[in-house]
Design a protein around this ligand. Structure first.
Ligand SMILES: Cc1cc2nc3c(=O)[nH]c(=O)nc-3n(C[C@H](O)[C@H](O)[C@H](O)COP(=O)(O)O)c2cc1C
Length: 166
């Protein structure tokens, strides 16, 4: 039998039933700051600990992350839809998102969002092309793990229109 790659609409029939936590990923190359809403993430290792973040090659955040030493990954709580909307529906190509939220610089100057008390900062070990996204493999170097309310998930942000076409 010939193996024909599925088109986007056909594959969507599988992925539309999925739900998973949403994160805000932030980064800096030392001159520019950037950050966006991200759902494509996963832990990839236990010992040593490893975490993968996938960034669209269209996004401002990806372009800054290409030159960055570290990336911060912030878990969102269910009542943080407003923050998800700011980072998911606007692009750093047009807007300074960091002028509209409270943050402070962390390791290597990466912006840490004050509202997100569950986060990990990772050193970028590898950048892997993954189709229209680039995988950034992180080695965690700093963690903040305050008690968090239920996470905000993909289904909670179904109304947010991405600032860049995926
Ligand atoms: C529900 C949802 C999930 C998203 N997941 C990702 C993702 O996993 N990776 C990514 O690069 N962008 C993702 N985006 C898109 C970016 O957050 C969005 O295009 C953002 O405006 C890009 O900002 P930037 O250009 O400043 O980086 C997602 C958007 C939404 C609404």
């Amino acid at each position: 039998m010939e193996l024909r790659p599925l088109g986007r609409d056909e594959f969507d029939r599988f992925v539309e039933a999925l739900d998973y936590p949403m994160f805000i990923v932030t980064t800096t190359d030392g001159t520019e700051r950037s950050g966006c809403l991200v759902g494509f993430t996963t832990q990839t290792g236990i010992d040593p600990p490893r975490f993968l973040v996938c960034l669209s090659d269209k996004n401002h955040t990806m372009r800054v992350a290409e030159r960055a030493e570290v990336i911060a990954v912030h878990l969102l709580a269910r009542d943080q839809h407003d923050l998800a909307e700011l980072f998911g529906s606007a692009s750093g190509d047009e807007v300074d998102k960091f002028a509209q939220c409270s943050w402070e610089p962390g390791p290597a100057g990466v912006p840490l969002l004050d509202a997100c008390e569950r986060r990990v900062v990772g050193r970028v070990l590898e950048r892997v092309p993954l189709g229209d996204h680039v995988g950034f493999l992180l080695e965690p170097v700093e963690v903040e793990a305050a008690e968090t309310a239920e996470p905000l998930t993909l289904q909670d942000v179904a109304d947010v229109e991405p600032g860049h076409e995926p």
